[in-house]
Design a binder for this molecule. Structure first.
Ligand SMILES: Cc1cc2nc3c(=O)[nH]c(=O)nc-3n(C[C@H](O)[C@H](O)[C@H](O)COP(=O)(O)OP(=O)(O)OC[C@H]3O[C@@H](n4cnc5c(N)ncnc54)[C@H](O)[C@@H]3O)c2cc1C
Length: 506
């Protein structure tokens, strides 16, 4: 069977859904193809007993309030996506155990944050204010870069602060801002979301994330991230697009340097003017394109990149309410060291990984579980390959050991007792994510945003660096790097580029 459309989108993760909704809305005939029977990829939900768990999303950045909308809210409203969203009230609680430790709740709102930081680290206010000013400049410059063909003269003239830090890692910029070490540690609390060493990961990316969370609060969907995926899927259909589930793309059809469609695992062909792939370039260039049509540059680039972190989650349904348990915080970041480079080293091991985040969904989503119960989930990051060291026979025991370690460490650090009221428990490891998402090594974060492969060079390359015409990638591995908001934006922007090429007849 051969079907012909303007755009085929391969994979219904956040970027695939946003891309397909956008091309359909622009009037292009669009087909979204997903190997599972539901949309969302990481953005989903699952049920155990009386509990519906959120598998991934802790916090959505860039959504904002109706009066102060962020780019994700703007994209959703442009696509006609309606989801009930809830504001995350505090930024985070950070607990570092041990002699150099601290236990702080940091608020949202830049002024509030600066005030709380000054209280925790006297003398830090000026550098924290300057951090947010710089982060605001970075956000404005990225808005300019994403809006069209950037003019270097405009960048030099209007975005000089951005140009100064554009290619620098976070560590040296925080040093240059004269931020006291403890304030740096506190502001780096979100760092493990990125999983790249402090001295390597892009200041642009990091500051943007902190700025967006603190200045406009984070948001979560009332009915788990599955609701956002369903609403995007509905938008695709409302705009005349089609969605095929249980259909895996096995080949990209390429001839004379041009991608003209895809082949599905069952042998059907879908011909299109543009293909948007939501899976990793590693996958595409390791057997999905004909060998004589596989550009060496793409293979080199895929090989040169470093895969980002994978995750481990323990999901807990408890038969007591947060009030009964004395839990007050939505997000608690727990560590035995304030040094993010030390945290990072632990992520390369199975047994010395002490960092994790514990979330209690009921705090910011009170009706999320039956009365008198609560939903908690702990998340740890692991470097690619760490779980590959395990023999199959060891897997179950290690998976349970990590769950126990997280639960015990949370009880000790936060001073609450949860282990005697667990009604449901479920775990997901890098192996689970590799199997479900089909990402290399179970990466949930695309590629590390290191200097040559940070957000800026990726955005700058979005328009030009295409070795196979008609084929674009969008996802956590894409130009905006990983994360919910990044992938929605990346999918949406990739759709605009694909539509422009179709319009120009290229
Ligand atoms: C545990 C966890 C916690 C996280 N926490 C946060 C957070 O708090 N905040 C945040 O912003 N981000 C968070 N993230 C990251 C965020 O979820 C991801 O960056 C984002 O969802 C990735 O979207 P994506 O578009 O790359 O698609 P993916 O989620 O990777 O989905 C890709 C889709 O493509 C499909 N597919 C793959 N290959 C094929 C094929 N050959 N044919 C057809 N379909 C195919 C897959 O089945 C899947 O549905 C978290 C992720 C995880 C796993």
């Amino acid at each position: 069977m051969v079907k012909t459309v303007d755009v085929v989108v391969a994979g219904a993760g956040n970027a695939g859904l946003a891309a397909a909704a956008a091309t359909a809305k622009m009037g292009l005939s669009t087909l979204l193809v997903e190997r599972h029977n539901i949309p969302g990829g990481s953005a989903s939900s699952f049920r155990r007993g009386r509990f519906e768990f959120e598998p991934s999303l802790h916090e959505l950045a860039g959504y904002g309030s109706p009066g102060n909308p962020g780019d994700v809210r703007d994209i959703f409203s442009d696509l006609g996506v309606n989801v009930e969203m809830l504001e995350v009230k505090d930024a985070f609680r950070t607990i570092v155990t041990g002699p150099e430790g601290y236990d702080l709740v940091m608020p949202v709102g830049i002024e509030n944050f600066v005030y709380a930081m000054e209280k925790a680290v006297p003398g830090s206010a000026e550098s924290t204010v300057n951090f947010f000013k710089l982060a605001g400049d970075v956000g404005r410059a990225l808005g300019y870069l994403s809006s069209g063909q950037p003019d270097p003269a405009v960048l030099q003239k209007d975005h000089i602060n951005f140009m100064k830090v554009a290619n620098l890692p976070a560590g040296p910029v925080l040093d240059a801002l004269n931020m006291p070490p403890k304030a740096q540690q506190i502001i780096m609390t979100y760092w493990p979301y990125m999983g790249t060493p402090r001295g390597q990961f892009s200041f642009v990316l990091y500051s943007l994330m902190v700025y967006r969370y603190i200045s406009m609060s984070a948001y979560i969907p009332k009915n788990r991230s599955h609701d956002m995926s369903l609403a995007l899927e509905q938008a695709i259909r409302d705009h005349g697009g089609e969605v095929w589930y249980n259909t895996e793309i096995s080949e990209l059809l390429v001839k004379d340097g041009r991608c003209y469609g895809v082949r599905t695992r069952d042998g059907s062909e879908i011909h299109s003017k543009q293909v948007i792939a939501n899976f990793y370039p590693d996958r595409a260039f390791a057997g999905m394109t004909p060998p004589n049509e596989t550009p060496k540059q793409e293979v080199k680039r895929a090989n040169a990149r470093t895969l980002g972190m994978s995750g481990y989650c323990v999901y807990l349904g408890l038969d007591k309410s947060p009030e009964e348990l004395g839990i007050k915080d939505y997000s608690v970041f727990i560590n035995t060291t304030p040094d993010s480079d030390e945290q990072q080293k632990g992520m390369y091991t199975l047994d010395n990984n002490d960092f994790f985040i514990m979330n209690c969904l009921n705090i910011d989503n009170p009706g999320c579980s039956p009365e008198g119960t609560s939903i908690l989930w702990g998340t740890q990051l692991f470097a690619p390959g760490v779980w590959d060291q395990l023999k199959p026979a060891e897997y179950k025991a290690v998976k349970n050991r990590v769950a126990k370690k997280i639960i015990t460490a949370y009880e000790r650090a936060a001073g609450v007792k949860i282990s005697d009221c667990i009604e449901e428990i479920s775990t997901a490891t890098p192996v689970t994510f590799a199997r479900y998402l089909d990402t290399p090594d179970g990466s949930i974060y695309g590629y590390h945003g290191v200097k040559w492969d940070a957000m800026l060079p990726r955005i700058m390359g979005m328009r030009g660096e295409q070795w196979i015409q008609g084929l674009r990638f969008a996802g956590g591995h894409g130009a905006r790097t990983m994360g919910y908001s990044s992938t929605y934006i990346n999918g949406y922007q990739t759709a605009q580029l694909a539509a422009q090429e179709i319009k120009e007849g290229r």
